[in-house]
Design a protein around this ligand. Sequence first.
Ligand code: SF4
Ligand code: SF4
Length: 310
Amino acid sequence: MEFKEKSLKRRNGSMRITRREFLKWAATSAAALGLSQLDLLRLEKVLADSSAPPVIWIQGASCSGCAISLLNVTDPTTVDDVLLNHISLKYHPNLSAVAGHMAMEKIEYEMIDKMGQFILVVEGSVPTSANGKYCIVGEKTDGTPWTMYQAVQDLAAKAKYVIAAGTCAAFGGIPGGNPNPTSVVHLDEIVEKNKVVNLPACPVHPTHLVKVILELISTGMPALDGEGRPKAFFSRKLHSNCPRRGTSRAKKIGEFGCMNGLGCNGPNTYIDCPLVKWNNGVNWCIGSNHPCIGCAYPGFPDAVSPFYKF
Ligand code: SF4
Ligand code: SF4
């Protein structure tokens, strides 16, 4: 961490860095975050605007992996710092200092005060069995349980944009796999499609998420494909960019080579994993000698199972 102790400030118990320091960090971390010069210019414009739209993040049927993925960028500062202090993250079930009634009041206040202006990020799919009671977001200020099913409908109706973060929110994912006892649905099934950006992958890729939030608040809706995914990240099959195309075939998991005969789903899955990679660009599934299991594929996991062919 290059920021001096004296430059850190505390507000509401969270560590803060100044706007200037953040811009300096963003400029030096542009490659790691996948930000272009254009993104940085947009970012500067956004940060100059103290009335940047708030972001509300809610979690449904999920493993919290998408939230963890977002936190994966840690050096020289963390994405929670970016979200909490620089793009107005108003609520996040794992990151917010507030909980319980205070959190619910905050969400209700943001819904009313910023009606139509906030970005809703949804992690996880939405259980609908038993009127949605398999997943309760919290208790509303009047004491009634607020199901995820109802929360998505209430918040999405008032949000300017909705991001389906990860395969569960975008396509149903693992909670939606057979037999799907809680009857989960994905966002497109209950939210107006024209305000939803689908960011599949299990978990969501943090660079995709950060870039889409920046684009939404700086220029608006990105160009989407027929599945509601940004064309910038999902226009080509993974196989098209795979550096192992044309190499000799691996005969078993862990061996170097193309894994076409071992169940690799790269030929069916649209995403830019070979270019953006994971863990700040360190590696990715196929780089680790493991087949792509198609975690960003719309039918994941059932449609791409079994993951391996031996
Ligand atoms: S390893 Fe998978 S994605 Fe890469 S070339 Fe082979 S089949 Fe295609
Ligand atoms: S390489 Fe395949 S399994 Fe791995 S993260 Fe990318 S889409 Fe998912």
